[in-house]
Design a protein around this ligand. Structure first.
Ligand SMILES: N[C@@H](CCC[C@H](N)C(=O)O)C(=O)O
Length: 275
């Protein structure tokens, strides 16, 4: 099994080229690949498959040649992955499977437009960030109030006043499964300047990661609402600092564009029989 390793602001992925959809990618295989001691190590897997070969549940006539089949490190499926999509697009261009420019990628959350050159940052149209009202999560006995946000996948963006480095994210935040029946990605963010926030995230299915693209959009939308710059015609550009680097989020009403790096670091072959 051939693989490529890449990351977007240190949210890292094992990329599995599978253009014709022949791989039997079980949750067990994903978890083994993502294992940082016994496997290759990653926050998730990006299977690169032609939309028409992607199988049940994916519209084969979708107006996109490629489907991003994203899996969390524990093997679970997720609807969307913003950092993963930048890395996915960079892989397609570097591998000669797509030309630099603008085109759509199919995801479980629908089509997402990517824009990229032959090198450099990648921009992704993230679709709407829907603010769904208040919610809460607990961390080491402390309850944090936040905003529930859908960016295709579920988020809870909690504003804090202290530096986010002070938080203990070694354990999963607690939440009410009746409020989040499909689980939730929990972000903690703090304003550090005008339209500038820092955040940390505990991802559903992957644990604490060094960045989460959909999470940065959830945070920017929540921060913009707190600052009174969302919901109207007004646009706002946000800088989001994460442990793995920095991304920008441009908001226009509910629409969001995420821009940031996408880096491919290695390619290889899984040892025959290992999985
Ligand atoms: N890291 C991703 C989000 C991956 C999916 C998430 N863990 C979920 O289960 O919804 C990103 O960059 O958006």
């Amino acid at each position: 099994m051939r693989f490529v390793k890449g990351h977007g602001t240190e949210n890292d992925f094992v990329i599995l080229p599978d253009p014709d959809g022949v791989l039997d990618l079980t949750p067990y295989a994903v978890a083994r690949l993502c294992d940082r001691r016994a496997g290759i190590g990653a926050d998730g897997v990006l299977r690169v498959v032609r939309t028409k070969a992607a199988g049940p549940g994916v519209e084969s006539d979708a107006d996109a040649e490629w489907f991003m089949d994203y899996r969390n490190a524990d093997g679970s499926l997720a609807e969307m992955c913003g950092n993963g999509l930048r890395v996915f697009a960079r892989y397609l261009v570097d591998a000669g499977l797509a030309a630099p420019g603008e085109w759509d990628v199919a995801t479980r959350a629908g089509l997402r437009r990517v824009t990229l050159g032959a090198s450099g940052d990648v921009t992704v149209e993230m679709g709407p960030a829907r603010l769904l009202g208040p919610g809460e999560a607990s961390l080491a006995g402390t309850v944090f109030q936040g905003e529930r946000v859908s960016v295709g996948n579920p988020h809870l963006a909690c504003r804090v006043d202290a530096p986010v480095t002070a938080l203990d994210l070694s354990r999963a935040p607690g939440f009410d499964p009746a409020v989040f029946p499909d689980g939730v990605n929990v972000e903690f963010f703090r304003f550090v300047g005008e339209r500038h926030v820092e955040m940390r995230v505990y991802e559903r299915g992957s644990g604490e990661t060094r960045s989460c693209g959909t999470g940065t959009v959830a945070v920017a939308a929540t921060a913009a609402a707190a600052a009174g710059t969302i919901g109207g015609a007004e646009t706002s550009d946000w800088t989001v600092d994460v442990p793995g680097g920095r991304v920008s989020v441009a908001l226009d009403g509910q629409a969001a564009r995420l821009t940031g790096p996408a880096v491919l670091v290695a390619e290889g072959e899984a040892w025959p029989g290992w999985l």
